[in-house]
Design a protein around this ligand. Structure first.
Ligand SMILES: Nc1ncnc2c1ncn2[C@@H]1O[C@H](COP(=O)(O)OP(=O)(O)OP(=O)(O)O)[C@@H](O)[C@H]1O
Length: 367
């Protein structure tokens, strides 16, 4: 049986680059294809960089796509690297097809969720990471920007230990557990503190938003720094259509500082759209009991003060902490764990901001 060369070409060109999320054909990543006897096919893939971290994944996806064509037997893949000129052209093309603030995120249908907390340690990053992973697991295209510059933890929570690929002026987010990630943590030594002052951090965040190829996302989560400082304010300025989610524990002291976030948000005209209470009760699977280690009611009180819905109460759960320490969000690692069930439920009922024809945010609607 003769193999249809055009069908092979179409199959390999339709494979999506796992990092960029667009078809290889559009990205100019498919080289010459040749046929041999007995259905043998040889394809060439042109990687953006010789050290492409996802080369194996790409190889496997291309082989599977070509094998699915009628009559194809053995598939050989030659991996080469694009010359500098083609890389520059590709970067230019990507810059044109989706630049976050000017094209993709801001005017498109991307929901941007800025996750805030009054103080550190209440589980803001954990909640942001798990909501992102839960939405991605439900088939959505999701990004997560770690804007907690001085206390970044997203690379650790997703078990990522590599830098993003840089293409011309664009950085490609690092994919992990279905989520496209960007974090200052990808660029610095994990144990070194980031000693930046406000203007530097503002510049870095601007770059992470505009010089990152986020692609066409359904949702972007932004893990804000804790508190109501300059960093939080300037990030909210950079993301005028972001929907604010506030995380607190049930404890009165945590609720009190979280109230400051709600007040700040109201003052700048960006009210909190939803409250998530974390570490609500401690789950003991063996003894089948719940203990309110941090008390009760903080989430509900904050929601009432902020005039926002209480979106959920995530229990204090060893499964969550254990999965986080191993670099996997609990919604992926143990989706039936009590914390994962609640986080998945919250992810499915996040408020969506509606846009007017002028691109402005309209009042929120829970869908
Ligand atoms: N529901 C939970 N059950 C068990 N452990 C949790 C839970 N939520 C968070 N943790 C643990 O609490 C610690 C703090 O969480 P996390 O880093 O997400 O807080 P944060 O509010 O983002 O802090 P910071 O802003 O200071 O970075 C982590 O060790 C995390 O694994």
């Amino acid at each position: 049986m003769r193999v249809d060369l055009e069908a092979v070409q179409a199959a390999v060109e339709a494979v999506r680059d796992p990092e960029i999320g667009r078809p290889l054909g559009e990205l100019g990543m498919v080289g010459p294809i040749s046929m041999g006897r007995g259905g043998r096919v040889r394809i060439q893939l042109r990687l953006t960089t010789a050290a492409c971290p996802l080369a194996d994944q790409l190889h496997a996806a291309a082989v599977a796509a070509v094998r699915a064509v009628d009559g194809v037997g053995r598939v050989e893949v030659e991996m080469t690297t694009m010359p500098a000129r083609e890389r520059a052209e590709l970067a230019e093309h990507l810059g044109r097809v989706a630049t976050p603030l000017t094209g993709g995120l801001e005017s498109g249908d991307t929901q941007i969720y800025a996750v805030a907390s009054g103080k550190g340690g209440v589980g803001k990053s954990t909640v942001a990471a798990n909501l992102a992973a839960a939405l991605a697991a439900s088939g959505k295209r999701v990004g997560l920007l770690d804007a907690d510059v001085w206390g970044y933890s997203i690379p650790h929570l997703f078990g990522v230990r590599r830098s993003p690929v840089v293409l011309g002026e664009l950085m490609l987010p690092v994919p992990a557990h279905g989520v496209s990630l960007m974090s200052i943590g990808f660029f610095v030594d994990e144990e070194q503190p980031v000693v930046w002052r406000g203007p530097m951090m503002h510049k870095a965040m601007e770059q992470f938003i505009t010089d990152t190829y986020w692609g066409d996302l359904d949702a972007l989560f932004v893990d804000l720094p804790p508190g109501t400082g300059d960093a939080t304010l300037s990030l909210l300025e950079l993301l005028p259509t972001a929907t604010l989610l506030a995380v607190t524990t049930p404890q009165e002291t945590a609720r009190m500082v979280a109230t400051r976030v709600a007040r700040m948000a109201a003052e700048i005209g960006r009210p909190v759209a939803g409250v998530i209470e974390n570490m609500s009760t401690a789950e003991c699977a063996e003894c089948r009991s719940h203990t309110a280690i941090f008390g009760t009611g903080g989430g509900a009180r904050l929601a009432a003060e902020a005039d926002a819905p209480l979106l959920g109460q995530v229990p204090l759960d060893i499964a969550l902490r254990d999965a986080a320490d191993r670099g996997t969000p609990v919604v992926v690692d143990s989706p039936r764990a009590a914390s994962a069930l609640e986080l998945r439920r919250i992810a499915g009922s996040l408020p969506r901001s509606r846009r007017s024809l002028a691109g402005r945010s309209l009042p929120l609607a829970v869908v």
